[in-house]
Design a protein around this ligand. Structure first.
Ligand code: ZN
Length: 424
């Protein structure tokens, strides 16, 4: 059955008609999370995907960008132009858009298996914009090799008027106006939005309650890209900053990561982004790089083009790890608190061992997790020992190899927790 809906009007939201910072008129779709219905007749559920085509008639001084492949661009009478974009891969409505403005457009080249990458910037920003956005090709290539095939037939990076820093619209990413600086300052934002092409756009959360499957992935896979380019120190710095952000947020919000609020804007928080990223980080540290990487690839291979929730991801990790992970997923996704630890250590008589006492101070049941300890030997390097914690209070003795200077908790930034270590 074909249903034809004819409608007209000026949208109040969703398709934002305004002026850019140079005073020129622009039209940009900005649908997230559920504002598409202001200009498109649709069901706004991330699990209800559809292919989409836009045929736009506009004054011919404008250029029009949208999802998919450019099927036609023709001049019409009266100084008008018709532009037809066609996306055959089903999309959630949150990432179905058009952008209409005066643009300078640069074709950068091809990524992966012949994916054309282009930059669309305001003509006033042509030089700096082309310079800044050019890095997207390498970022796209990195993620194709890490995650798997890219689902769409192009990638346009577009300077826009989105209310967000960036909006991951499928194959036509919209960045905020100020993203053009001339010094490539938004490489991580670029990576974040590019990761969404896999996670969020193609492998999509079943409902907004599982938004971390989009935002946590975009956050952490950007850290992985950064780690591969700039080294492990850059990853550790970001994980520490993210941990601080999560602890601050959770202390005032008291909400779990899987959050069924209907106020979707409230989900743009440190739980969905930074704690989501931390959950992936802890899976990687606990299960190892090989199982982690295979699980990310398997999850995308299985749910690309479909929808998934946190249980589906858990299943993939369990298959690859060869063990149940109910406890891990339950405590990190569904509890509104994180471990709050009081850690103390002392020498045992004879100085051949130390005794560590870990007390969990957070409300509710104990968390179960591996805790790494850095043993700092006098004049020598640090040895890392891992202990397994699962009770509210635990005392464990650890043999030491030489004269010990100090003990450090979590030296490799592998655990989401708050607290200090002190000598008794
Ligand atoms: Zn995002």
């Amino acid at each position: 059955m074909t249903l034809t809906i004819i409608y007209k009007g000026v949208p109040q939201n969703g398709l934002i008609i305004s002026k850019n910072k140079y005073g020129n008129r622009t039209f940009f779709g900005d649908n997230w999370p559920n504002r598409a219905h202001h200009w498109l007749p649709c069901v706004e559920d991330p699990a209800d995907k559809a292919p989409v085509e836009f045929i736009v008639t506009a004054p011919n001084h404008y250029k029009v960008v949208a999802n998919g492949v450019l099927a036609e661009e023709s001049n019409l009478s009266g100084n008008r132009k018709e532009t037809h974009w066609k996306e055959t891969v089903p999309l959630p409505t949150k990432v179905m858009v058009i952008g209409v403005a005066e643009f300078a457009v640069q074709h950068i080249g091809y990524a992966g298996n012949c994916i054309p990458v282009s930059s669309w910037v305001f003509p006033e920003n042509r030089k700096e914009g082309f310079y800044d956005y050019e890095t997207a090709k390498d970022v796209l290539n990195w993620h194709i090799s890490y995650i798997g095939p890219y689902a769409y037939q192009k990638l346009a990076n577009v300077q826009s008027k989105t209310m967000f820093g960036g909006m991951e619209n499928a194959s036509a990413i919209f960045y905020y106006e100020g993203s053009v600086t001339g010094n490539r300052s938004e490489e991580e934002l670029q990576s974040h939005e590019i990761v969404h092409q896999w996670f969020g756009n193609h492998a999509t959360e079943k409902s907004f309650a599982h938004l971390w499957l989009s935002e946590g992935f975009a956050t952490y896979l950007t850290h992985l890209y950064t780690e591969s380019k700039y080294g492990t120190d850059s990853l550790n710095k970001r994980m520490e900053a993210d941990r601080t952000g999560v602890l601050e947020f959770v202390s005032s919000s008291h909400r779990p990561v899987v959050d069924t609020t209907r106020d979707y804007m409230r989900l743009l928080n440190a739980n969905s982004y930074q704690k989501g990223g931390w959950i992936l980080h802890m899976l990687r540290r606990e299960l190892g790089d090989t199982v982690f990487h295979k699980s990310i690839r398997d999850y995308y291979a299985m749910y690309g083009g479909k929808n998934a929730d946190s249980r589906d991801l858990q299943q993939i990790f369990e298959n690859n790890a060869g063990k149940k992970l109910d406890g891990f997923f339950e405590q990190w996704l569904h509890r509104p608190v994180n471990p709050k630890l009081d850690i103390s250590w002392k020498f045992l008589p004879g100085n051949k061992a130390i005794e560590i006492t870990v007390t969990q101070l957070q409300e509710g049941a104990a968390f179960a997790f591996p805790l790494e300890l850095g043993l700092d030997y006098k004049g020598k390097s640090t040895e890392v020992k891992e202990i397994s914690i699962s009770k509210k209070t635990e005392t464990i003795s650890i043999p030491i190899a030489a004269e010990l200077e100090s003990v450090m908790a979590d030296p490799n930034i592998s655990l989401l927790y708050e607290g200090q270590i002190k000598r008794q």
